[in-house]
Design a protein around this ligand. Structure first.
Ligand code: COA
Length: 331
């Protein structure tokens, strides 16, 4: 069975950067509150006319270029997003079309903030089984248009942002390299702690102005519960994933935690006893781009030569569902 290795990475964010100060004009908040509670300084939000599919396409093109292959060399796409441009079909087929790929499967998954970790595991399964050789994995979100940019929504609007990251995976016969293992979980008992209730298909009528005004179409979050579970589940999952591989946190060259809140990443680092040099954070500049945080950070690290051949790279995520998980790769 071949292992899956990363052949290329890419990222794309909208041109518009939104510093914390912009929120001060439209809601009761301050730059200082946002920085101290979350670590975020600015984030990228789309402007009218920009699309999530275009962000995904650009990230994919960059990853394909680094991999040295063309879109027609791809065998499958696994596309993680909870904010598709349209209700259906998912963004995967639009990116397949925009890339000019063959009529390969484009599989859209959700899994919220853990979307990219789950997508990697799915792509790895295809490659290990010998079903597909070259798989494009994309994490992409446009969260900004779904935010309540008012004092009512200030606990979420300042956190979430837009962007895309992508990797191209391919097979490798060296069992010491590539994706070594993963650990995935959900706990649906806590689904309503971080969710968007409506518009859902069970609502009659599906769209209702009154319920929109009540805020039912915006993200609802119990921030404290999310924080508590995120800081426990991510370290636990990293330990489980590494334990199955007879590795320990001391073996980690670089941990990229999902970028939800800098304080959460710091707690995960502490929980695992890692040094600053072992953990990468970029939430200061990007905010929480949900399924895109990990591939954006991974691409930054690869292009800055922060990852060298032989490094043990660990990716861990936690989010709505609750869903969480970890992937360990030997570069
Ligand atoms: N600006 C100013 N005040 C704000 C604010 C903002 N942007 N957002 C919330 N507040 C206020 C609250 O209304 C509350 O006011 P009150 O005491 O008058 O009711 C006060 O700040 C404290 O709110 P609280 O929710 O207790 O703050 P907190 O210390 O828990 O921090 C989060 C809030 C959102 C930063 C924190 O809970 C968190 O990061 N949780 C995890 C969220 C997350 O990562 N979600 C995505 C997971 S994938």
């Amino acid at each position: 069975m071949p292992n899956s290795i990363v052949l290329g990475t890419g990222r794309s964010v909208p041109a518009r950067s939104v510093p914390n100060r912009e929120f001060e004009a439209v809601m009761d908040t301050t730059d200082e509150w946002i920085r101290t509670r979350t670590g975020i300084e600015s984030r990228h939000w789309i402007s009218p006319g920009e699309t999530g599919v275009e962000l995904g396409r650009r990230a994919a093109v960059a990853a394909l270029e680094m991999a040295g292959i063309g879109a027609t060399d791809l065998d499958a796409i696994v596309y993680a997003t909870i904010t598709p441009d349209h209700f259906l079909p998912g963004n995967g087929v639009f990116v397949q079309r925009a890339l000019g790929a063959n009529s390969i499967p484009a599989i859209d998954i959700r899994q919220q903030c853990s979307g990219f970790v789950y997508a990697l595991a799915i792509a790895d399964g295809f490659i290990k089984a010998g079903v597909y050789r070259r798989v494009l994995v994309v994490g992409q979100e446009v969260q900004s248009t779904r935010m309540d940019v008012s004092t009512r929504g200030r606990h979420t609007a300042v956190l979430f942002a837009d962007g895309a990251g992508a990797v191209v995976l391919g097979p490798c016969d060296d069992p010491q390299r590539g994706i070594l293992g993963y650990d995935l979980h959900t706990d649906g008992r806590l689904a309503e702690k971080l969710w968007v209730d409506e518009p859902g298909a069970i609502r009659i009528p599906t769209i209702d102005q009154g319920r929109y005004q009540e805020g039912r179409y915006f993200l609802e979050m119990d921030g404290k519960e999310v924080y508590r579970h995120a800081t426990q589940r991510m370290p636990e999952s990293v330990q489980t994933c590494l334990g199955k591989l007879n590795l320990t946190p001391a073996d980690i060259s670089l941990l990229i935690p999902h970028q939800a809140n800098l304080r959460i990443s710091e707690a995960v680092q502490k929980g695992l006893g890692l040094s600053d040099a072992q953990v990468y954070n970029n939430i200061q500049r990007y905010g929480n781009t949900t399924a895109a945080t990990i591939p954006i950070a991974l691409d930054e690290c690869v292009r800055a030569s922060r990852i060298e051949p032989g490094d043990l790279v660990v990716l861990t995520a936690f989010g709505s569902g609750f869903a969480w998980g970890t992937v360990a790769l030997r570069w």
